[in-house]
Design a protein around this ligand. Structure first.
Ligand code: PEP
Ligand code: MG
Length: 327
């Protein structure tokens, strides 16, 4: 079984009927890029950058950050990497900063909201990304987390453009043409996805947070863990809405939340029209196995059925039966 999964790395990532799927890696530390490469990942779909804040001395400076990005970009040898800007706060704590000073941190000043409020930290990170992209010439994309409103995305993108101009004025090589995307992990952004799709280069659906906010169930709170499931039909309907908005606008849509790495959900996501999945490296072989066994027509029928379900239990039952049939 282990040998079978290992031998998958070199096989094409496509369904049994030949639909190409992009299978990407999620990483939290630069060194994990090797684990993704070994398992045949098509690139990095989510490079979380909170690791810079795990030390107690505060974040590293621009050059040190640029070096870390450049190392990952080089290791990918031309494959794409989507770098997510800082997503601090709420479930992502940092040492040395008082936590829970807000009554509802998940609804508070976290993630992109905080980056926009602390422009110096944000600009340093953006400068480092643009420098690393220029230095390596790699396929780099920038992604903003927790985008809630169109205005917020515009403001973040304007900051990126401003930083690029600033570097140019300083005579420092920087790339001004990088694709810029939004994570869809707040219901407001999903609901507005038809309009947002006209302004972004790509979407990446963060189902971990999206599930938490749709169901009003804290992703870290065990007492409501029974409610917190991405199999809830409300979550599936909103993913469907975002996938359609992306399809209509002709932009790429990836799922990078943890369901992208759960074989149980693979066929459902394919059936919803999502052909880009980003998952932790150890999940890549299992997901690839399901992709190669899946048939597009059956995946679409599964998605149609799931969209008609009234409960998470019904959806899970459907998914389990479909997975057994496929493998
Ligand atoms: C998500 O919310 O689904 C996501 C991918 O981001 P994180 O888990 O880092 O919040
Ligand atoms: Mg998230």
């Amino acid at each position: 079984r282990f040998a079978e999964l290992a031998s998958l790395a070199d096989l094409p990532t496509e369904t049994a009927d030949g639909q190409r799927v992009h299978l990407l890696g999620n990483i939290e530390f630069p060194a994990e890029v090797d684990a993704c490469r070994e398992r045949g990942a098509d690139g990095i779909g989510l490079f979380r950058t909170e690791f810079f804040y795990l030390g107690t001395d505060g974040p590293p400076g621009e050059l040190q950050q640029a070096e870390a990005y450049a190392a990952v970009i080089r290791a990918l040898e031309g494959r794409p990497v989507t770098i997510r800007t800082l997503d601090l706060g709420s479930d992502k704590a940092e040492p040395g900063r008082a936590q829970h000073v807000e009554p509802n941190p998940a609804l508070g000043l976290r993630s992109l909201r905080r980056s926009l409020r602390e422009p110096n930290t944000f600009r340093t990170q953006l400068r480092a990304i643009l420098r690393a992209a220029a230095e390596t010439g790699g396929d780099v994309r920038v992604m903003f987390p927790l985008v809630t409103t169109l205005d917020e995305f515009r403001q973040a993108k304007a900051t990126l453009r401003d930083v690029a101009a600033e570097l140019q004025a300083e005579g420092i090589p920087a790339r001004a043409d990088l694709p810029v995307g939004a994570m869809i992990e707040v219901p407001a952004a999903a609901i507005m996805s038809d309009l947002l799709a006209k302004e972004v280069d790509f979407f990446s659906i963060g189902t971990n947070d999206l599930t938490q906010y749709i169901l009003a169930a804290d992703r870290t709170n065990e007492t409501v863990a029974d409610l917190y499931t991405s199999a809830d039909p409300a979550v599936i309907r909103l993913i469907d809405m975002v996938a359609r908005a992306a399809g209509d606008a002709g932009i790429e849509v990836t799922v990078c939340g943890s369901i992208a790495g759960e074989p149980l959900y693979t066929m459902l996501l394919l059936g919803l029209g999502i052909h880009r999945l980003s998952t932790p490296p150890h999940q890549l072989p299992e997901v690839k196995r399901v992709i190669r066994a899946a048939r597009s027509e059956e995946a679409r029928a599964l998605a149609r059925e799931a969209l008609r379900c009234g409960s998470a239990a019904e959806v899970l039952d459907l998914l389990q039966r479909a997975l057994r049939r496929a493998l």
